[in-house]
Every structure is written in structure tokens, then in C-alpha cells.
Ligand binder design. Sequence first.
Ligand code: ADP
Length: 297
Amino acid sequence: MELRIRNLSKTYANGVVALDKVSLTIPTGMFGLLGPNGAGKSTLMRTLATLQECDSGSVFLDDIDVLDEKDEVRRLLGYLPQDFGVYPKVTAYELLDHFAVLKGLTAKGRRREVVDGLLQQTNLFEVRHQKLGAFSGGMRQRFGIAQALLGDPQLIIVDEPTAGLDPQERVRFHNLLSDIGADKTVLLSTHIVSDVADLCANMAIIHKGQVLLSGEPQKLIDDVADKIWARFVTKQELPLFQQHHRVISTRLLMGRTLIHAYAEGDPGHGFEEALATLEDVYFAAITGRHAAHGELP
Ligand code: ADP
């Protein structure tokens, strides 16, 4: 299914503009919505999940008017919110079974089949009789996906699902999402660049309520391919480089400070051309160096 978002805007009562004319087209497959904290991702996710009203704009899921036909959307939607809480004293099986009843799966035999199947798909079958309070963060997120998949949704929205997962759990969670994304529309919001780099065929970068860039990750990387320059600097040199160059990121590498700068041509001063990554695209976009070069939505 295709999700078409046009000029979606939302200003909260306190005056914060959380969404500023957001337009995106989200095809079948995994779509990554990448942005820093406060960018407006959760506001967008909750609006698409029919849990919150926007001020203006339109959203269509194929022919369904998402902002108007909420019941219709809910039938096709699976949602894993950012703050997905579980009841710690019940088991995974009991809670998923309970959610299945709420989703309308009242026939016992069929329900058991579906619940068992989802627990297997999310690799939780072996631990289905353990209490959710004893689950690790990764297990809890996989349980969150299991409940989101009840009712065989065509649109799945997951809001910052990998925050706080250790590397092994993240890989496991990525594999699960990528299986699901094979034939559904999956919208993944995250502030972690590698979530998008690893998983998503299409993506957008959102910052301060606005879509800065959207497209295929590799294309966006190609757009900055010869414009990213790197060098090591000392801590003392750093401010000077920040003053004279468009430094988009600084990070420690084996105890030394590596800076990446954005420049149309060789900036000199000991910089060498770097192999551009999605991280460079992201930092260039949110530091305002690159917005005009990418494919605008
Ligand atoms: P993200 O999910 O990208 O972190 P959010 O959608 O949660 O972004 O928030 C976008 C902006 O809206 C932030 O500045 C946030 O503080 C503000 N915001 C979010 N929810 C509310 C609310 N209920 N009332 C007022 N401001 C809010």
C-alpha cells in the first residue's frame, strides 16, 4: 500500500510547530524517517496512527482518507508506540492472547494459531510463559512487534524501536523488521542512522518539523559523494576548523578527533576526500549544509 502525506502541519497549544507542511510518499517496503530528538517524528507517527489530530494537510493510504476514515485505517494498521508499556506480571502468551481478543479474534482455535505463529515469528515462543517483567529490552520490543502484527496489518508504524537495544538485539530486531517489510508498508522512525542504512529502501530526513531530504539512501549518498572531506585535528585546533570550514560532524576515533567537513571542492588545510556515508548525508542535512542539493519531496 502507498501512504501519501501532503502538507501536514501541527502546532501544539504551547506554540511549538511540530510539523511544518510535511509531504512524503511512502511505498510498500521499509521506509526510514530519520531525525534528531524533537524533530516531530512521534507527532507524525501518532497522527498517521489516528491517535492525534493535525491542523491541516491530507494523508491517504491508497484510497483511504486517513484523517477522516479512522476506523478503516485502524483495521489495516499495526502500531508500536515509542513508550510501549507491558504489564510486568502477565506472561507473553497471556498478554498477546488478550490483545488478540481485543482485535476481534474471538474463536479460540484460530486465536491460538495466530498467537503461537506471532510468538514464533518474533522468536519468543520458547519464552512465552515467562512474565513480561523479566523480559530484556530486545525481547520486549519483539513482543511489541508481535502485538503490532495482530490482525495482519498492511501498514506498520514503529516509533524509535531500537533505542536502548544492545548491538545483538538490534541486529535481531532488524532481521525481524526486514522480513516484515518484504510485502508490507513499514514506517520506521529513528534517530539512529544505521537503522535506516541497514534496513530501508527509502527514507526521509526530518528536522524541526520539516522534511529536509527524501529518496533512496544510496542516491542521497551519491549526491554528496565528492563533497565530504575528513581530517584529524587536536582538541585545540577544533574551534578554528569549525570557524573556517563547514564542519558537519566531529567524533573520536581511537582517541583522536576526526572531523568531517562539507565542501564543493577541496578545502585544503590537510583535508582528504572521505568515502561519504549516510551519516554524512544526515549531518550535512541537519546542519543546513545540504538541504538545497537533495531531491526535495
Ligand atoms: P520526536 O519524536 O522527533 O522526538 P516529537 O514529535 O515528540 O519529536 O516532538 C516534536 C516537538 O513537539 C518537540 O519540540 C516537542 O517538545 C513538542 N511536543 C511534542 N508533544 C507535545 C505536546 N503534547 N505538547 C506540546 N509540545 C509537544
